[in-house]
Write a protein that binds this ligand. Structure first.
Ligand code: GAP
Length: 464
């Protein structure tokens, strides 16, 4: 495993990913002209497309492919009692220490134990403060008065918006247990340490699904959802040997969880959490019953009106963290030797950087490139792009040598390039170039769209 990480880190370091992301317009630092805002990032033209496609894949998986799951988009601002009921006001804390000398701030559970015991800063050896609890929720005020009555929180997880709406959804959509509610949205945490690019940020997005089950069936459903979430990443084309399960030990379990597993991904900085599958029991709905005074019991009309508070199996994935995972997973550098097309591919012996996105996730599916701007090739290429636009995300590029244009598309992760050349004018065929193999074939213009559709559907990433 160590070897796997070393080999991989040699290619996709976090520095390379961050710099590619900026260079190609995936992700920019927030408020960069003012020196940047810690913990916040902006998604550029390619980044928003990638993020939307990852969100779309998850949404399709959860709602379209599951008859028993419906969607929701709840507000970020919720009644402050929500967060008392959920336990976040009391328990959503990290242990914090500061260095009195260099003023660095650390999570006490992330510095060596000997430093903590000796109260010695791991960076400058200065004296550390006592450990204190730091609540991760962002607090602000609603209305003109900044008093305690106007305190409101930015939600630290999307889950609670689902719990407070669970009865509305049962009534409006006639849902019967077991059923799920899916939601994608922003969440905010005042993280003490934000590093590794978009891995851990203060503003991020989650894709959460809460599945309501009868008590006693929860352990079975927990196993089932673990299985389904694992299969999802396989379907997405992720390198499965870069994924593993990690079960939370007693010290790691969140205040609401009976059992919890993380799906961890092998990022360039090592194995880190990508998604959590949690058995939240009846904790949340019981607490909302207690704090709101509203009865959150489910009435089973098919079973003599049996009443119970459902247990909840949660699958909780970071959307922005999935963007980072997909970038790392797709990143590749490859020594390109003469493939018989050196003239069109650039020099015979160089390194190309390529993002091997699954075509259904790639920000641009097909780029149309005229070999030359003149002699009507540009016009023909523009016409082809217009035809493809309706069904595919397209790009058009006529600037520079064709080999360099291919490389630009490789780096953006575009799986297919269509080149229009002089032969195209004669016989209405074009060159279709495949990103992964750099292979080129000739295809009749009229068959292009159907050929692309078929290539997307049958795409399999070559094993490396
Ligand atoms: N509702 C349960 C919940 O929020 P969590 O383990 O705290 O559980 C779930 O978060 C997922 O949200 C994580 O697996 C991670 O992908 C993402 N996530 C959590 N904190 C994050 C942060 N500060 N920045 C980016 N993603 C984060």
């Amino acid at each position: 495993m160590e070897e796997q990480l070393n080999e991989y880190q040699g290619k996709a370091t976090m520095d390379k990913i961050t710099s590619l992301a900026k260079r190609r317009g995936f992700v920019f630092q927030s408020s960069e002209i003012y020196g940047g805002q810690n913990g916040a990032w902006d998604y550029g033209p390619l980044g928003i497309e990638l993020k939307n496609r990852i969100a779309g894949a998850w949404w399709k998986e959860m709602t379209q492919l599951h008859d028993d799951i419906v969607g929701l988009d709840a507000a970020i601002l919720m009644h402050p009692r929500t967060w008392e009921a959920s336990g976040h006001v009391e328990n959503f804390t990290d242990p914090l220490v500061d260095c009195k000398k260099c003023k660095a701030r650390f999570r006490a559970d992330q510095i060596p134990e000997e430093n903590l015991a000796a109260k010695k800063c791991p960076e400058c050896e200065g004296e550390l403060t006592d450990t204190r609890k730091f609540n991760l929720m962002f607090k602000t005020h609603i209305g003109p008065a900044e008093d305690t009555a106007s305190v409101i929180y930015l939600r630290p997880e999307t889950a609670q918006g689902i719990y407070v709406n669970y009865k509305n959804i049962i009534q409006s959509n006639r849902m019967k247990i077991p059923f799920g509610i899916a939601q994608i949205g922003k969440a905010f945490r005042n993280e003490i340490v934000t590093k590794n690019f978009i891995f851990r940020t203060c503003e991020f997005e989650q894709m959460e699904m809460q599945y309501f089950v009868k008590p006693g069936t929860d352990e079975e459903w927990f196993v089932e959802w673990k299985k389904r979430r694992w299969a999802y990443y396989d379907k997405l084309g992720v390198k499965m040997d870069h994924l593993r399960w990690h079960q939370h030990g007693p010290g790691e379990l969140a205040h609401y969880a009976k059992d919890a597993y993380d799906i961890e991904y092998l990022f360039p900085m090592g194995w880190r959490e990508l998604e959590g599958v949690h058995n939240r029991t009846d904790y949340d709905l019981s607490r909302h019953t207690q704090y709101s005074g509203k009865d959150m019991q489910y009435i089973d009309q098919d079973n003599n009106n049996e009443r119970y508070i459902p247990y909840i199996i949660e699958t909780s994935a970071g959307l922005t963290r999935n963007v980072l995972m997909i970038l790392c997973d797709a990143y590749d550098e490859e020594q390109v030797t003469d493939k018989g097309s050196a003239a069109s591919e650039g020099s015979a012996d160089d390194i190309r950087t390529v993002l091997r996105f699954h075509p259904s996730l790639a920000p641009v599916t097909v780029a149309v490139l005229p070999l030359m701007k003149k002699d009507g090739l540009a016009e023909m290429a523009q016409d082809i792009r217009t035809e493809l636009k309706e069904d595919f995300a397209t790009d058009y590029d006529q600037a520079g040598a064709i080999g360099r244009r291919y490389r630009r598309q490789d780096e953006a992760g575009t799986p297919f390039c269509v080149t229009v050349d002089y032969q195209s004018k004669d016989d209405n065929t074009v060159t279709l170039r495949f990103r992964d193999s750099m292979e080129q074939i000739r295809v009749p213009k009229a068959e292009l769209a159907s050929r692309l559709r078929q290539e997307i559907k049958t795409y399999k990433r070559a094993a490396k």
